[in-house]
Design a protein around this ligand. Structure first.
Ligand code: AMP
Ligand code: MG
Length: 414
């Protein structure tokens, strides 16, 4: 097993991320029904099949008129029909005529304005009624022209964009029933450790319940990937390789937790070397997460996360999220804000720190952040009640209460 003593320089977080992302790209394309497309990534630009609106429509309830008929003292018109949404009036407006119209209804041919219903007196709500106009309209008033929003053939959505509910609603309006999206990456999730039992099992003395796989499966799913359970590899040489090579489907990436350090029961690095594949890096300048591993098994990238649950989760947030985004076809942009810290912090050492913290907003809406007092990476209760990470660069000087710090809010469901 290689040794990488504390004296050797540690790889900076940004360099580690760059090396993990290098070479990751989406491959095949699926055609997704709109209802299943939220969170998928478009594999090409999308053009609209339809113009929106398809024809001039009214933006108000009132009367469709010819503006030229509405001049002079108290102009009067005759109601000749009605145009409602879904029930267009088929005729052509003649001189001195008006058509009762409602929001979203097609404007009758030869009409060029809508008068608000509040701005007329109508003798009745039937055909032949006399309409007196109190506010003469200008040509074009309260009419949405055809194609105001989108013209048929316009590019409405861009290649490699992540599909939101808003984007899917636009695609539906534009006449599309399916969208071409990049295939979702399959991410193998492997736990390691002789001490682990499955959630729901009662741990015997010496055992603990495995929590990392369930976290990682939720993380992968929320990030747009498909989690593939590879089970638990026990602490013996070769176990990790056995599990990975029995994966039920081809994998785009393997994520392991635990077994990442130098102990005699840690086998991830030695198994990687056994597989004859390159160990890209091991150990980075990060807390939690120093023993992060990156390598390849049979051409599939492997991300080896440290076993402590908080280390697993923070490393997933910093490295796995961007990797799944890249494999899914889009680039992940980390959401970071600046917040006022409520307490002091000692100077940081050479590792980039990710402090579990609670982010709140004061009465003026300004963000305030408070780090948890205990930052032990085994403490899941503190992590579960945090909603943000304070990011401190290596060698950050001491911080006073009231200083601004960089904060990464945690996704509410992760
Ligand atoms: P390791 O890196 O294997 O030495 O693991 C570091 C710590 O994380 C140990 O206390 C392990 O028991 C714990 N750990 C490893 N895997 C898991 C897991 N899947 N769920 C919860 N804790 C784990
Ligand atoms: Mg272990």
């Amino acid at each position: 097993m290689p040794s990488n003593g504390a004296k050797q320089p540690l790889l900076p977080v940004d360099d580690a991320l760059e090396r993990i992302l290098k070479g990751l790209a989406p491959s095949q394309v699926d055609e997704s029904p709109l209802a299943a497309a939220v969170g998928r990534t478009l594999s090409r630009d999308i053009q609209s099949d339809l113009s929106l609106p398809p024809a001039p429509v009214s933006s108000m309830d009132g009367y469709a008129v010819r503006a030229e008929d509405c001049t002079g003292e108290k102009p009067q018109l005759t109601r000749v029909g009605e145009s409602a949404a879904g029930h267009p009036w088929q005729g052509r407006l003649g001189a001195g005529e008006a058509v009762r119209i409602f929001t979203g209804a097609f404007i009758p041919a030869n009409s060029d304005a809508v008068v608000l219903q509040e701005d007329v007196d109508a003798s009745s709500e039937s055909e032949g009624a006399r309409i007196t106009i109190h506010e003469p309209p200008h040509s074009g008033q309260f009419i949405r022209p055809a194609g105001l929003d989108v013209s048929a053939g316009d590019t409405i959505l861009r290649k490699n964009s992540l599909l939101s509910a808003r984007a899917i609603s636009l695609a539906a309006s534009a006449g599309l029933a399916t969208l071409p999206v990049w295939r979702q990456p399959h991410i193998g999730i492997l736990s390691t450790g002789d001490e682990l039992v499955l959630p729901g099992e009662t741990p015997a003395p010496g055992q603990i319940v495995s929590s990392n796989a369930i976290y990682l499966a939720a993380f992968v799913q929320a990030s747009g990937g498909i989690p593939i359970d590879l089970g638990i590899a026990r602490d013996r040489a070769g176990a990790m390789l056995d599990h990975v090579r029995k994966a039920p489907v081809p994998l785009d990436m393997i994520v392991t937790s635990g077994g990442a350090s130098v102990g005699t029961h840690d086998h991830i690095v030695s198994d990687l070397q056994e597989a004859g594949s390159a160990l890209n890096f091991w150990k980075i300048a990060m807390r939690p997460g120093k023993p992060l591993i990156h390598g390849m098994i049979d051409g599939v990238p492997l991300l080896g996360l440290p076993g402590n649950p908080v280390s697993t989760a923070v490393c997933a947030t910093v490295f796995l999220g961007p990797a799944i985004a890249r494999l899914s076809g889009h680039d992940y942009v980390p959401h970071q804000i600046s917040a006022e810290i409520t307490c002091e912090l000692q100077p940081n050492d050479r590792r980039q720190d990710y402090l579990r913290a609670v982010l709140e907003y004061d009465v003026d809406g300004l963000p305030l952040v408070t780090p948890a007092r205990k930052q032990d990476s085994s403490m899941v209760s503190i992590f579960a009640n945090a909603n943000a990470l304070i990011i401190r660069p290596p060698f950050d000087p001491s911080i006073a209460a009231g200083d601004r710090v960089t904060v990464m809010p945690l996704a509410p469901l992760l």
